[in-house]
Design a protein around this ligand. Structure first.
Ligand code: NAD
Length: 259
């Protein structure tokens, strides 16, 4: 699975699965636009790629802001020559009994406030839409390309502590993937959805040891996944190896949904 000659834009590239994918994509030959709302985190990933001899560009962008996403795509075209792959990976998991707590991922299931709902949907669902909206014309200019959206097992099975806003937004990402795939298939633009299970990243770092162990016991493979294991599926869906795949969801969860 190679990405030579391709330019990939990865949102949320400053951490977890986005960073792992950025490093892998660059290793396989892609020039990578590392976009993240945290400019320093995007810079760190881009610097790691450069240190390994790869080509990258760090972009500070909030995926819920149209102008930021438009500018990230424009920079890919202007500074790296075009866009072939969009990995729509950025999302938030807002969680907190006292209301909106950015970065808070622990505690009992909160009463869902309107503020948590809005921010979650804005980043996770609208952010995915905005990525597609601005990337699709750029992919078209290259004669086609690949979009990989990111959902979650929470869109298919509840009861593991995700908030209602998060699961609803991720369900929307699955449906958005299908409709975009059908609309753009004849243009050579493939759109797929990657569905991670429980993966060890900063997003879930506030889980207690007890909660981690409980989660592991519900996974047939008996452990959490690693960001690098998700990056391999993202690479497959972004590369020409998956040339006949579109409109589908690809679950990487250690068997969790099979139970
Ligand atoms: P993470 O928190 O480690 O990384 C997410 C990155 O996105 C961070 O760098 C953050 O700064 C960035 N980000 C947040 N809001 C943003 C915004 N508005 N604009 C741009 N960037 C923004 O998370 P992760 O675990 O690597 O999650 C990656 C994806 O996988 C997400 O879509 C998440 O919902 C999904 N997911 C994660 C798990 C898990 O167990 N970790 C499970 C299922 C799905």
């Amino acid at each position: 699975m190679r990405l030579e000659g391709k330019v990939a834009l990865i949102t949320g590239a400053g951490s977890g699965m986005g960073r792992a994918a950025a490093l892998l994509f660059a290793e396989r030959g892609a020039a990578v636009v590392c976009a993240d709302v945290r400019a320093d985190a995007a810079e760190e990933t881009a610097a790691a790629i450069a240190a390994a001899g790869g080509r990258s560009l760090a972009v500070a962008a909030d995926v819920s802001v149209a102008a930021d996403v438009e500018s990230a795509v424009a920079r890919a075209e202007r500074e790296l020559g075009g866009l072939d792959v969009l990995y729509n990976n950025a999302a938030l998991w807002l969680y907190g009994p006292d209301g909106y707590v950015e970065g808070e991922t622990d505690g009992p299931s909160p009463l869902l406030t309107e503020e948590i709902w809005q921010r979650t949907v804005d980043v996770t669902l609208k952010g995915t839409y905005l990525g597609c909206r601005y990337a699709i014309p750029a992919l078209r200019r290259r004669g086609g390309g690949a979009i990989v959206n990111v959902a979650s097992v929470g869109a298919f099975r509840v009861g593991h502590g995700s908030s209602d806003a998060y699961t609803a937004a991720k369900g929307g990402v699955v449906s958005l993937t299908r409709s975009l795939a059908v609309e753009h298939a004849r243009e050579g633009i493939r759109v797929n959805c990657l569905v991670p299970g429980a993966i060890e990243t900063p997003l879930v770092s506030r889980y207690s040891e007890e909660a981690r162990a409980a989660a592991s016991s519900s996974i047939p493979l008996g452990r959490w996944g690693r960001p690098e294991e998700i990056a391999q599926m993202a690479l497959f869906l972004s590369s020409d190896v998956s040339s006949y795949c579109t409109g589908q969801t690809y679950v990487v969860d250690g068997g969790y949904l099979a139970v």
